[in-house]
Design a protein around this ligand. Structure first.
Ligand SMILES: *Cc1c(COP(=O)(O)O)cnc(C)c1O
Length: 429
């Protein structure tokens, strides 16, 4: 066990003034038990906690740190921007450059609007889709996460064809009532919801990465495209995780499927709070001040955040980054699979590019129902075994393992060594 005295003392203080001691629930370690680490600093593939312990980090701030922490180009862009002032509430050149870069990289991204989080990007894209179609209903998928706006906090307990009950208290049934829930990888469940022609948009995580990692099956995303065309609904790819991670052009490029609107967050801020939504010019032209879909933000397009995003995306112009992430991802996947075979632990590894998940106790991961059966208690033992050895994984079974291009081959070997030790111990326990 590592000495985590300072983290523990801070967590006690935190719990008195912050609900659960945190500002975002998963950070509280409730799914794995124990106290969260308080992070002091981070560089490259490593984070250091308040007690001075160093960990190889596979959370990566939940996605933004695709190049590792404290990337020198990103830090220096931020430092330069700070010198010029923090916010003006008026146009700046940086927001134009970042929008141009995004639209050059991402297929069909003709216009972009910047916001301050992924939640806001989804909320706003849904409004634009409703404005464009004059329809009110939205189809989402069980187990997909789209931020915490009212209408998206619906998972539907069971049965894909019912309109959802909110999965949070405080959400009016009215706000959730227009959210219909389909099954991931199940086109028939989508068709059944679209056939009344009253659905404004189908929103999907092109790779579901908030129920562990559940890849889309062959033809699923293309099938959504065709269904949306058939029934006059817009297709929204929520690329808050997959954007600039699967490929520079995100899932649209990776899978060769076109979306009408795309939402972004995480990577495009390089670690600063940024979100964006965009897509077809005719739809985005409805957004105020051009059109009647109102959406605004005092700090939107913040110059410091834009500078971080621009520096980040310029680094991602290098194909080498994605080649490297694919090599790392494949080695990690194959390494874990070999360990599973050798130890006889019943678990399943899923991967798309640099997103991985190790599901315990299941042999299929294609839907929310199939992954819900995963053994979260086994994951908690695995998590703590890895943490003790200096590897910081997502503190919950139903989250992704994020790889960064800052990982070295030695880091990867060390990680696989630790996974082998922990899983062997679990097998013998
Ligand atoms: C993280 C996430 C969001 C929400 O983004 P926030 O910046 O946390 O508001 C939305 N959609 C997906 C797919 C995400 O992973």
């Amino acid at each position: 066990m590592k000495n985590q005295q300072k983290s523990q003392a801070f967590f006690e203080r935190a719990k008195k003034v912050l609900p659960g001691g945190v500002n975002s629930p998963v950070r509280a370690f409730l799914a794995v038990g124990g106290d969260p680490l308080f992070i002091e600093s981070a560089r490259g593939a490593y984070v250091t906690d308040a007690d001075g312990n160093v960990y190889l980090d596979y959370v990566g701030s939940w996605g933004p740190m695709i190049l590792g922490h404290s990337h020198p180009k990103v830090l220096s862009a931020v430092q330069q921007a700070v010198e010029n002032g923090l916010s003006f509430g008026a146009p700046t050149q940086a927001e134009v450059r970042l929008a141009e870069l995004m639209s050059a990289y991402v297929p069909n991204l003709e216009m972009v609007r910047f916001v301050n989080s992924g939640t806001e990007s989804v909320m706003s894209a849904l409004r634009a889709a409703r404005g464009a179609t004059g329809r009110e209903r939205i189809v989402k998928f069980e187990g997909c996460y789209h931020g915490h706006s009212d209408s998206m906090l619906v998972k539907a307990g069971s049965g894909a064809l019912t309109s959802g009950a909110p999965s949070s208290s405080g959400v009016p049934t009215g706000a959730a009532g227009d959210t219909l829930v389909a099954r991931y990888n199940d086109l028939a469940s989508v068709r059944a919801l679209l056939k009344n022609r009253d659905v404004a948009a189908v929103i999907v995580e092109p790779v579901a990465a908030n129920m562990g990692v559940v890849p889309p099956q062959d033809g699923f995303l293309q099938g959504l495209r065709e269904l949306c065309d058939e029934f006059g609904s817009l297709l929204i790819f929520d690329e808050v995780i997959t954007g600039f991670r699967l490929a520079r052009g995100g899932a649209q490029e990776y899978y060769g499927v076109r979306a009408d609107l795309v939402t972004f967050g995480k990577i495009i801020g390089g670690g600063m709070p940024v979100g964006a939504y965009g897509g077809r010019r005719d739809v985005m032209s409805l957004v105020a001040p051009l059109g009647t879909v109102y959406q605004a933000g005092t700090l939107s397009g913040n110059p410091v955040a834009m500078a971080a995003g621009e520096a980040m995306l310029l680094e991602l112009a290098d194909d080498g980054v994605y080649d490297r992430l694919e090599v790392l991802g494949r080695r990690m996947e194959e390494g874990i699979r070999t360990i599973l075979q050798q130890t006889g632990i019943q678990a399943l590894v899923t991967r798309v590019g640099s997103l991985l998940c190790l599901f315990f106790g299941i042999d299929r991961a294609d839907s929310y129902d199939s992954v819900r059966a995963a053994d979260a208690a086994a994951y908690a033992r695995y998590f703590h075994g890895m943490l003790d050895r200096g590897f910081y994984l997502a503190p919950a079974q139903f989250e992704a393992m994020f790889l960064s291009a800052a990982l070295t081959d030695e880091d990867l070997d060390a990680t696989l060594g630790a996974i082998r030790e922990v899983l062997t111990q679990m097998k013998n326990a």
